[in-house]
Design a protein around this ligand. Structure first.
Ligand code: NI
Length: 225
């Protein structure tokens, strides 16, 4: 009884939709922010999914194909729990340095790995290191992918400190923003409960990139934001 009471209270305070996963956030009407996590899945992704589930928050995960092959169950869970999934190449190279066919292979192997595990081919792609150019964008488009970059990067992989990662997210947060983090950085996962609490307190609805765009993915060959 007491636990139930606390749960209801925390939901009201956090402003989370009471109807659960089916409640649709309209980012034209409320203040939205998209949290994105690159390079996974990894050993800490399950713990991150636990936190997101508890807080009823949806995020976007840009996965590496070779990690998908190692942790298929985590990828299936990510999709089942309502998060959006994008392609972050197979082995994380800097794409502009590669030949056309190498770029296509990096993208396609990852599309295949994700489809094998989830039954669906991603529509979004994020280039490693954010290194991209017109050629990379065109080749991604040829694989039916949009390019999703970010409005703020936490540099969590360099900070490696929960308090500093939290401070970076709060500094970078802005309406309709896209924040880049890594679920492969343990301190990011560690900081997440506090980050979510504070962002909600500031009125943000934490959504996937497609939800941020009104329920659709950006068109293939288009770069966002
Ligand atoms: Ni990356």
């Amino acid at each position: 009884m007491l636990i139930q009471g606390l749960l209801v209270t925390s939901l009201v305070l956090s402003g989370a939709p009471a109807a659960g996963a089916k409640a649709r956030v309209d980012c034209a009407k409320v203040t939205c922010l998209a949290l994105t996590f690159d390079d996974g899945p990894g050993p800490r992704t399950g713990a991150l999914l636990d936190v997101l589930k508890r807080e009823r928050v949806h995020a976007t995960f840009f996965l590496m194909g070779k990690h998908v092959e190692q942790l298929p169950k985590v990828v299936r869970r990510t999709m089942a729990e309502g998060h959006a999934i994008g392609n972050h190449t197979y082995s994380h190279p800097s794409l502009p340095t590669l030949l056309d066919q190498e770029i296509i292979d990096e993208i396609r192997l990852t599309q295949d790995a994700i489809q094998e595990v989830t039954g669906r081919r991603p529509r979004m792609f994020r280039p490693p290191y954010g290194n991209t150019d017109d050629r990379v964008l065109r080749l991604a488009g040829s694989q039916d992918l949009s390019q999703v970059l970010w409005t703020g990067t936490t540099l969590d992989w360099k900070l490696r400190d929960p308090a500093r990662i939290k401070a970076a997210v709060l500094r970078l947060a802005k309406p309709n923003g896209v924040i880049l983090m890594h679920d492969t950085v343990p301190q990011t996962v560690q900081a997440m409960p506090e980050i979510l609490k504070e962002l909600k307190k500031r009125g943000y609805h934490l959504v996937t990139v497609p939800t941020l765009l009104g329920g659709r993915t950006p068109d293939a060959g288009v770069s966002f934001p």
